[in-house]
Design a protein around this ligand. Structure first.
Ligand SMILES: Nc1ncnc2c1ncn2[C@@H]1O[C@H](COP(=O)(O)OP(=O)(O)OP(=O)(O)O)[C@@H](O)[C@H]1O
Ligand SMILES: [Mg+2]
Length: 269
């Protein structure tokens, strides 16, 4: 389904992603972990062509997407919607309009310019907001919502594109634990109910374990682990994050501590 081969990105003398190879046979929920600077964001950004690869290829459903240009490239970008840590909403615009922005690549410049949306799109936006449990906030400005609600608006905007893949770059890094849970559950639901592939960069090990079918570990630009959460042992986790085990993230160290005690589950905060 998705095949990444020898994907490499260099910035000057720095290799951000180093010959990453990955094959995904069916829509899965995949968590990408690794310490800061490991190349997680660069990998995701190359996938939807926000960043051009220095070398290597990306195939999706038998088609090489790494070489697409113009309209075909934009169509691919719509097929893999991106969600960011900072939500990237227009803060002073209402929630529905933010969601409708997800159809931007389908509308004419003139229609976008005057914020003219087909009635059908407006109904669909509200349906999606309802599905994500935030329809009551539809008329409010995005900035009036909590972080978790804003991230769900961003997910709704992504769903407007009807994407095949959702790429999430640290989707819960700015959220408190409660909101983080709601957002991860939302992504999981979209994966299970719609059969969409989700690839999420996650800064904590326990989140990847809890919500993902598959975990990809990156270190120094390379994919050093690719397996199920059960295969991700303490030893492997240490290798992914570095031998000195300087786990900057509290939840990650919590998870490691739990593993050391043999429970394999993080201790609730
Ligand atoms: N636009 C850029 N120009 C130069 N170097 C870059 C650029 N983007 C990323 N890098 C470098 O590439 C490497 C990988 O960065 P990337 O942002 O992909 O890591 P990451 O795993 O997402 O880290 P974090 O967990 O901090 O988000 C880093 O060394 C980074 O400094
Ligand atoms: Mg990053």
């Amino acid at each position: 389904m998705l095949r990444i081969e020898q994907l490499t990105k260099t910035f000057g003398r720095n290799t951000a992603v180093d010959r990453a190879t990955l094959q995904v046979e069916r829509p899965m929920m995949i968590g990408v972990i690794g310490r800061s600077g490991a190349g997680k964001s660069t990998l995701l950004r190359m996938l939807n062509r926000l960043e051009e690869a220095s070398s290597g290829t990306i195939h999706f459903e038998g088609r090489q997407v790494s070489g697409l240009e113009g309209r075909a490239k934009r169509a691919w970008q719509a097929d893999c919607a991106m969600i960011f840590q900072q939500f990237n909403l227009v803060p002073r615009m209402d929630v529905v309009s933010n969601v409708l922005h997800g159809t931007l690549n389908r509308r004419s410049t003139l229609a976008s310019l005057f914020n003219l949306y087909p009635q059908a799109d407006i109904y669909r936006a509200i349906d999606i907001l309802e599905r994500l449990g935030i329809a009551e906030h539809a008329p409010k400005r995005a900035e009036a919502l909590s972080g978790g609600q804003q991230q769900r608006v961003a997910i709704a905007r992504a769903l407007m594109q009807d994407p095949k893949i959702i790429l999430a770059d640290e989707p819960i890094a700015s959220l408190d634990p409660m909101n983080a849970q709601v957002v991860m559950q939302t992504l999981r639901r979209i994966h299970e109910e719609d059969g969409r592939m989700v690839i999420a960069n996650l800064h904590t090990l326990d989140t990847a374990r809890r919500y993902c079918d598959r975990v990809v570990g990156m270190r120094d630009g390379r994919i050093v682990f690719d397996g199920t959460p059960a295969q991700l042992t303490l030893q492997i986790a240490r290798e992914i994050y570095g031998a000195d085990a300087s786990f900057s993230e509290e939840a990650t160290s919590t998870e490691i501590a739990a593993l050391e005690r043999g429970t394999g589950r993080p201790v609730p905060a």
